[in-house]
Design a protein around this ligand. Sequence first.
Ligand code: PA5
Length: 426
Amino acid sequence: MTIELTYSGEYQELVSPELEAKLNVIHDNLQNKTGVGSEFLGWHDWTSRMSETFLQNIQETADRIRKNSDVLVVIGIGGSYLGSKAVIEGLTPYFHTNPDTEVLYAGHQVSGEYLAKLMKYLDDKEVTLNVISKSGTTTEPALAFRFLQKYMEDRYGEDAVSRIIVTTDAEKGSLLSLSREKGYQRFEVPADIGGRYSVLTAVGLLPIAVAGYSIHDLVNGARDAEKDFQQFDIHSNTAIQYAVIRNHLYNQNYSIEILATFEPKLSYLQEWWKQLFGESEGKDQKGLFPASVSFSTDLHSLGQYIQDGQRILFESFLIIEEKANDLSVFTAENNGDELNYLSGLSLNEFNLACYEATSSAHLSGEVPQIGLTIKELNETNIGYLLYFYMVSCAYSAYLLEINPFDQPGVEDYKTNIFKILKKPGY
Ligand code: PA5
């Protein structure tokens, strides 16, 4: 698997000996787990450290859930839900009437109506809960869990215990104490892996396996990426190149990066990407603002701004070369819609032409562009892509001299909630 990277400018012109030296230091800091925030670099070699027993344990738990449950409700927010949602949405066929276990989410927002309707929806189905919080103290998922735990106990009585699985830190947090007290099955979020870098731990893998996708292939894809991106070659390492180009554009006063796709199934991958880059880079009054668009839909809304608005943004396209279940345009007898000139063209070929057209239009509107192309959407390629983005994000943040692995701004609002709602001790 490879990611093909293109850039509308001249990459060679961006790399000076000074920049190469700086990148080399970042590379060594990543490899040796040194540098700012290094206590959260566990994700960097996690896929090669991960044991077969660990994967089997997740798979066996997922198989049990698939056998006894129609729905798995994942309770979590931010990095505790976006990774699995991105992978599952990316792999699930449209209008899928799922014969398998459906994966639904709660605790990622606070809508009483959503939670009430969710519980109603669950009433005639067999259910398992997976509550995920690394800190074990985040209010939104904790609140959703309070309702759903009671729902499970009312419905299943003592058997509720075997239908609640907790994924949290191994040593701290109220979720850990609660799960110990109740005897829930538990998976660990490694202490050295932060939320937005945790998709390849039990946080993401359990829901993905329950949805019926191959976690082995996903992890193997990420393992390939881990190996490929260990090579320090600024002319072939696409993770470094992506970081260098973004950083260059940032220094040219572009302040917004738009991740653009032509595939609606990627919308949660875009959300995951926004969290990863936004929370990793947006600190110390620095960082690109990560935004996303889905084309063609947004060509008829935000496309206008991209073409003609303030020149503060650049695009990075994520393109899937081949699509399963494609359709080809057929010849219509009367050609009333005057589309016969497209006869024989597949809809994916149309999308690729649309990409070319959009790219050259936006380029003439002075929007710099990065293109990232992968062959097809499957577990292996998604695993590779996830790792690519994580490692590139670390390079990007380090180029800005920012700690990629903390989120002090998020903590501010969490503390304020406690104060406003008068949590004891605040
Ligand atoms: O990346 C992060 O660490 C955060 O976005 C967390 O994922 C998010 O705040 C949820 O935290 P927790 O899993 O501790 O509930």
